[in-house]
Design a protein around this ligand. Structure first.
Ligand code: PEP
Ligand code: MG
Length: 596
């Protein structure tokens, strides 16, 4: 028996036998020179293969849109874009024509050079696009070789697929009813395969290193997608423990579902979903999201393609506005304008700055690129004609920035009025509280916006001067440091005084302890990955408003005598007294496939 740790990619516990998938790495690439007289025929062969590949991909887009979700189909729409990329096509044709390479060798050569460019990118999302290119290459190679789909389509009994890596195409061809889960050597929680696994509800662990050499076809394995572990050939004791875990998870899910059906009680805080383009909205209603508290628009820019046009943006935002409407008549989507910079760099961005997190990011960037800002504002406004939308400005540090951003909004509105294009004239506008200056000046900001959204991910890093992504200083990254608590408290109180709403949209909103603390301090909404909503709802419904007030008083007092760990433990104890299951809830809902 051996247990291997990897990346928790898609939540869930499964036990089953291994289907070892070798992938197509072993397929030998045919490579030869063609005589001058055959160049025309080889070009025609390449073009026909491309046409067939296009037909296949169009079929996959239609199939995935109906079976999974339209947003998932975008992965394959992007494959179509790669397939039809003129630079790639002319490079392949030149290699066939000028160097007399056969189609396979020419395609491989060109794909390889593009792949290397992607692999060198800093942004993990863009690096991941190299895998998409792989996928398109493998598909067209299969067509050229006259081979059918992969061996995965032949699976006819329940198995756990173990592979070196899976491409998005391979993942969607998995016969869902027979796939208990999958485990791969490579891959990350942010890969397209991870998004597909979560959307299809398939438990998955990726980044396991050498899992393919540790198992044989038919071995029994236990896969824990919640914590990112795979146990090979478990002994009886471990198997029994795991079976109990599976039952416990089922019980918990049933209990959480039951708490959803119970009449409202406990703390009344809106539970909202953090979303982004490219990830389906389909499951939001099932998790009981009351709206979308944060739409990270920057993912339209990070997708690797060129800058999204006004039309592309309008379509994406409209899709989100309509999806919000299906969550209730009051539900809305809060569209955050381009939060670029820091760890999220876009194609063609300016030269790297020495200190990107303290540099020209987010609203600063937009105010220096008013062309991009106005285009985005017009697109959001156009989408707002279809339902409830709100605009959120990220990384606001000064009141002047807020006023300048509002001036841009007024210009964008005027442009639409002149053109006779309808939009929501009363669209709510809010600002993120994620820079200490904004929290300290919350009373000033509260007079000029209609809501606050506290971004604890950034707020904690700026208060503590500890990079949110740097393991070496993670001990300083303390959401319950008294300094952070005081700032959240100030923002929530300023909002309450001004009569505006105030939610938290950082990762801390999905931690039962922190969510309870923010709610006790008076935040009116919590926005998180939708999958966490049932657990947070259960926790908040177990707290009486008068107890929450007492907790807030205790924590405010502790802020002058205690450190972060003591305060966290204090809130945790408060919860454990009310929710005996708290430990299980925290364990079962450990972050799986973190958002960022
Ligand atoms: C935050 O900073 O908490 C936040 C929600 O924004 P992001 O994580 O996208 O920076
Ligand atoms: Mg932020």
């Amino acid at each position: 028996m051996v247990t291997v740790s990897g990346t928790a990619t898609s939540r869930g516990f499964v036990s089953g036998t291994v289907f070892l998938y070798a992938g197509e790495h072993d397929v030998v690439l045919p490579e030869y020179t063609i005589p001058e007289s055959k160049v025309g025929a080889e070009l025609a062969r390449y073009r026909e293969a491309r046409a067939e590949t296009r037909r296949q991909l169009e079929g996959v887009v239609a199939d995935v849109s109906s079976r999974v979700a339209s947003a998932e189909a975008d992965i394959f729409r992007n494959h179509l874009v790669m397939l039809e990329d003129e630079v790639i096509i002319s490079s392949v044709e030149n290699a066939i024509r000028d160097e007399r390479l056969n189609a396979e060798a020419a395609i491989h050569r060109v794909s390889d050079s593009f792949r290397k460019t992607f692999e060198r990118m800093n942004d993990p999302y863009l690096r991941e696009r190299a895998r998409d290119l792989d996928d398109v290459e493998r598909r067209i190679m299969r067509v050229l070789a006259g081979r059918a789909e992969t061996a995965l389509t032949q699976i006819t009994s329940p198995v756990i697929v173990v592979a070196d890596d899976l491409t998005p195409s391979e993942t969607v061809t998995l016969p869902r009813k027979f796939i208990l889960g999958f485990a791969t050597n490579h891959g990350s929680a942010t890969s397209h395969v991870a998004l597909l696994a979560r959307a299809m509800g398939i438990p998955a662990v990726t980044g396991l290193g050498d899992i393919t050499s540790r198992v044989q076809a038919g071995d029994r394995i236990l896969l824990d997608g919640t914590h990112g572990e795979v146990t090979v050939n478990p002994d009886r004791n471990t198997r029994e423990q795991f079976a109990r875990l599976i039952w416990r998870e089922r019980e918990l899910m049933a209990a959480l579902e039951e708490s959803r059906l119970q009449p409202e009680r406990g703390l009344n805080v809106k539970l909202l979903a953090n979303v982004q383009p490219g990830v389906p909205f389909g499951s939001l209603a099932a998790f009981g999201a009351e709206g979308m508290g944060l739409y990270r628009s920057e993912y339209l820019w990070l997708g690797g393609a060129d800058e999204p046009t006004e039309n592309v943006q309008t379509t994406a935002y409209t899709e989100a506005v309509k999806a919000a409407a299906s969550l209730g008549s009051e539900a809305r989507v809060v569209i955050r304008v381009l939060d670029i910079g820091g760890d999220k760099m876009m194609k063609g961005a300016a030269a790297r700055e020495p200190n990107p997190f303290l540099g020209n990011r987010s609203i600063r960037f937009l105010l220096s690129r008013k062309d991009i800002f106005r285009t985005q504002l017009r697109a959001i406004l156009k989408a707002s004609a279809n339902g409830n939308a709100a605009i959120l400005y990220p990384m606001v540090a000064t009141i002047e920035e807020l006023r300048q951003a509002n001036a841009e909004l007024r210009t964008a509105m005027e442009q639409l009025r002149m053109a006779g294009i309808p939009f929501d004239e009363r669209i709510p506008v809010g600002c993120m509280i994620e820079i200490p200056s904004a929290a300290l000046n919350a009373d000033l900001f509260a007079k000029e916006v209609s809501f606050f959204s506290i971004g604890t991910n950034d707020l904690v890093q700026y208060v503590m001067a500890a990079d949110r992504g740097n393991e070496q200083v993670s001990y300083l990254y303390q959401p319950t440091n008294p300094a952070v608590i005081k700032l959240v408290d100030m923002a929530a109180q300023a909002a309450a005084k001004a009569g505006i709403s105030c939610s938290v949209c950082g990762e801390s909103a999905s931690d039962p302890v922190l969510a309870s603390l923010w709610a006790a301090l008076g935040v009116t909404g919590l926005s998180m990955s939708a999958g966490y909503i049932p657990a947070i709802r259960k926790v908040l419904r177990s707290i009486e408003p008068s107890d929450a007030d007492a907790l807030a008083t205790e924590v405010r007092e502790l802020c002058s005598t205690a450190g972060a760990n003591e305060i966290y433990a204090h809130v945790r104890d408060f919860l454990v007294r009310r929710i005996p299951d708290l430990e299980d809830i925290q364990a079962f809902f450990a972050p799986s496939g973190t958002e960022r």
